[in-house]
Ligand binder design. Structure first.
Ligand SMILES: Cc1ncc(COP(=O)(O)O)c(C=O)c1O
Length: 295
């Protein structure tokens, strides 16, 4: 936000994400303007965004949610026409590719998380993809005290990735493809075991090579979701309410904005356990419990 000059400005974003998307905006003194999401891909809907553009909006912050790709072509055109800075939150999309290039390659900037829960990680940390030498310079200075040698260019802090964290990342990088394949195997097992009705799945964008990192299921209503959580928890199985609540309803926002699709989805969506060594027998147990909750 700061490198791109969006500090203190109005930025349109999605209500369906991890809280960090909105925290980043608020932390930089930006005003989040929420537009609703697409019911199927669960990404920010560009048509909803275009309705929210006013002369004082300076940027758009869509999220490649669950590693799915946003409608990058429409967002690219929209940002260009309206002279908006386009920053993607690509925290979850490492390993996903769209139209032959990394999903992180789209937009003016894309930020990726290397947190330990991600398909590739450095325990904690992350990276930013930028596309101009000026942007690179700003980012490099911001993360390293704002100076090079004895020349001080701007205010900066210590946001460097430590050598230890980098070593962790290097040790995992070569294994990313086999990790993705292992995730894909578990996802395919869920697909085969869970019924198509009563439980909607994420619709991946056509042309996406998916990083397989999440298995969200959308129940018909919140009551069924809570029943499934209760039965899974009783068996020591802990799925996550990714992402609940809808971020436009955060209690510390100054203004109330409504986003009916995101609010409804976030009440009904659950991410089932997914990790490379999740055994077939446990996938079956989880699927059986979820099925037992559907009417
Ligand atoms: C969509 C999204 N944005 C931002 C973040 C924050 O990433 P980090 O924990 O690396 O700061 C996450 C983390 O899970 C995320 O899922």
């Amino acid at each position: 936000m700061r490198a791109s000059g969006l500090t203190g400005k109005k930025v349109i974003t999605t209500p369906f994400s991890y809280v960090a998307t909105v925290s980043a905006l608020l932390w930089e003194g930006c005003t989040p303007v929420f537009a609703d999401i697409d019911e199927e891909t669960l990404c920010l809907d560009p048509h909803a965004v275009s309705e929210k553009i006013t002369p004082d909006v300076a940027g758009v912050l869509p999220v490649h949610i669950y590693g799915n790709a946003c409608d990058v072509d429409t967002f690219g055109a929209l940002a260009k026409d309206a002279h908006l800075t386009l920053i993607y939150d690509g925290a979850q999309c490492f390993g996903s590719a769209y139209k032959g290039k990394s999903v992180l390659d789209y937009g003016d900037y894309a930020a990726c998380s290397f947190h330990a829960t991600k398909i590739f990680h450095t325990v904690e940390g992350g990276g930013v993809v930028a596309h101009s030498p000026e942007a690179m310079k700003a980012l490099t200075l911001l993360r390293a005290f704002g100076h090079r040698g004895d020349t001080h260019y701007r205010l900066g802090i210590n946001a460097k990735l430590s050598e230890l964290h980098a070593a962790m990342g290097l040790s995992l990088l070569g294994g990313v493809e086999s990790r993705i394949a292992a995730y894909a195997k578990v996802r395919a097992a869920y697909d085969a075991l869970l019924p198509p009705h009563g439980l909607r799945r994420l619709v991946l964008r056509e042309g996406l090579k998916y990083n397989q990192a999440y298995y969200p299921v959308i129940f018909d209503d919140e009551k069924t979701l809570l029943r499934a959580m209760e039965r899974l928890n009783a068996e020591n199985i802990f799925p996550r309410r990714y992402f609940y609540p809808a971020l436009n309803t955060l209690p510390y926002l100054k203004e109330t904005q409504t986003c009916p699709v995101a609010e409804s989805i976030s009440r009904r969506v659950l991410c089932l356990p997914l990790y490379p060594r999740l055994e077939d027998a446990n996938v079956e147990r989880i699927a059986d419990i979820v099925k037992s909750c559907l009417s």
